[in-house]
Write a protein that binds this ligand. Sequence first.
Ligand SMILES: Nc1ncnc2c1ncn2[C@@H]1O[C@H](COP(=O)(O)OP(=O)(O)OP(=O)(O)O)[C@@H](O)[C@H]1O
Length: 768
Amino acid sequence: MPVSTRSQISIGRNEPASADHDREGQRARARLLRDPHHGLREKMRALTLLYEQHRSQLASRTGSADPRVLGTHHPSVELADSSRRRRQQEQEKQGEEDERDPIQKENANRGLFPMADATKENQEVWDQNRMAVNSAACPKKAVATAPGVGRAATTGKLSLRELISDGAQSDGWVGRSKVGGDQLGAVAAENREAPGSRILVFVRLRPMAKKEKDAGSRCCVKIVNRKDVYLTEFASETDYLRLKRVRGRHFCFDSSFPDSTPQQEVYATTTADLVEGVLQGRNGSVFCYGATGAGKTYTMLGTVENPGVMVLAIKDLFSKIRQRSYDGDHSVQLSYLEVYNETVRDLLSPGRPLVLREDKQGIVAAGLTQYRAYTTDEVMTLLQQGNQNRTTEPTRANETSSRSHAILQVVAEYKCNDSGTIVRRIGKLSLIDLAGSERALATDQRTQRSIEGANINRSLLALSSCINALVEGKKHIPFRNSKLTQLLKDSLGGQCNTVMIANISPSNLSFGETQNTLHWADRAKEIRTKGCAANEESSIQVPDSEVDQAKLILELQKENSELRQQLVRHQQKMLTIQAQSLAASPAPSIAPPSSVLSTPCSTQRKVKRSILSANCFSTPESKNRANDDTVVQGLKKTVKALKDEIEKLKKEHVLQLKQKDDFIRDLITKYGLKPSEGQREKRVGTRSSLRRGEKSAAETGELKSPNHRFTSPVPTAKKRSFWDITTGNSPSVVALNGRKTRSHVAAEAHATPSMLLQPGFARHHLKN
Ligand SMILES: Nc1ncnc2c1ncn2[C@@H]1O[C@H](COP(=O)(O)OP(=O)(O)OP(=O)(O)O)[C@@H](O)[C@H]1O
């Protein structure tokens, strides 16, 4: 640099100062003084560009991209190649030196992170040095810096799995095009090495928030090549000894999204292929992981103007189904649940906590509502309804902090008649918005928030133990340590194509959280799921002759009616037991009449009181009463167990009935068979008709479902919808149970522009 400065000055001195020098000349000189090699570099760039164009044209004609084959060595390219070779040699030398001497390595790192105010010159130094560090820090770097990689990755137009075309057969990804990038071919090769499918890990950086800017925070994350993430740790301002020292870490992911990446691009790169896979009968999972306020909910749900992955996936799914409507029948079922303080709750039909059970399909939440949806609008309404029920609370770190993990499951079923055989294919897509990991101080120290925080951290800790165990190939994976890991069992270790999106903040104030997130994301890269072959197709052979078909229909209808009778018997049994328990319960003087409809909590309180009185006044009468209480308690337990069993049976029956109804309907429409009037009247118990019944009951104020009976108004009043907040409604503050909580209830009536007012929703809204 001193040489060039001197030469610049001499140029300035030797040039005679003249008044009629035109401005252009002055500007050119000024530019030359600033950067003597500017013109040369510009020329070189133009020539290289020209050469690249020429080469790609020839390659498309001859089918080869090798310049040696093409025999077109442009002089500028020769020059560029030799300088690149020289740079590479220097870098290799640098890498060796780095390995030899850790202190030198750290010194080199100092120059590596010019961050926010990086000039063009700095950028070049950055790029050169980066490559040197990459080779040491990330063995996969050879992949990232391979020719053509930057281009493929920076376009951002092709999804990652489209590019991993080679591994399509081996690891089960679907819908990959034949466009192969060197980089991603290598990822595919890596996937081919071991059985199963690797979890794809993406990183998304959010923009700096105003609050962070105001607090004077600096950007400590840099994303290069849409793949590499550089994290810088700035020394604390009070640490005078290390004030000038900067440390850094480098991570390399399947793809990384800078803060300006639009939602559509994030969806196309991460999830679009999974949606296609679901329609082919494969399972897919996408989960967002990161610290509180890092942008997980924004990525998953988004806002009205910028809808997130969940919304885009649903839209895409329905548009794909519409395109394939000529080919068989598709149906979509939806469920939405949250894990809040280690309890699983149905977000579409809030009520009692759900119990997790393991069956043939994996872990399922018993009693979770499955809604059949026919249009995107319908799903959006359900999604919005679910989000209103989701627990969000303002914390110090995030005004709309999700206090629960939310899982949206979409099951797509495909049915078609393949020359007399009915083929069924089922694929499941799980979209998971995890609650944010947090430090107690980062959120609140108020009791409720800290309990929530502790539970969130506990479940995320369980998640990290599972990730560790999976990466280390342990036999026992501790999925049972938390509800969240139980629910994610399929996504992490099962037959599923899984995508993890790690959300990070750019602020150096969140350095610890960002480092933690990147560490776990880096670990997760090594997890291999069992891969995902298409779920087994089930098929029923339909008899050829009309007589046999009619016979089959009759058999199925008979089975249907038997199931209905069984259901009625169970309901009667339940009513009898309820009546017995009521009759056996203590006289009204002991238990007030309202206790008949009491919640489990109030029942507990009542029992406690009676035990207490028995201890205080141990007369023969009170002893009898205590005995009665014990009997009642026992009976109540039996009733509860029976109720649960009946509920379970009811659900199973309704499902079976529904499947049979569908099947019969299929047969009737396909073979033009018309059931008799009587038969038609019998087949009224389809799901939609049941739902109609429920709706009218709700309108008359009658409580039909046990879920409704136990719905408490308090949690609903506490809930704030993400949509309300993102649409700018300022939540009012009301005192609830003596504790100040924000509530969106008052603001709800004026909520504009809500998702309901979107073109799709407007129709639905008007209908209602
Ligand atoms: N990519 C982005 N572009 C613009 N704004 C963003 C982006 N990511 C996040 N934000 C904004 O940052 C804030 C926090 O984001 P969000 O609520 O999604 O965080 P979170 O990770 O879900 O937090 P928590 O775990 O506490 O729920 C929101 O106001 C959101 O609008």
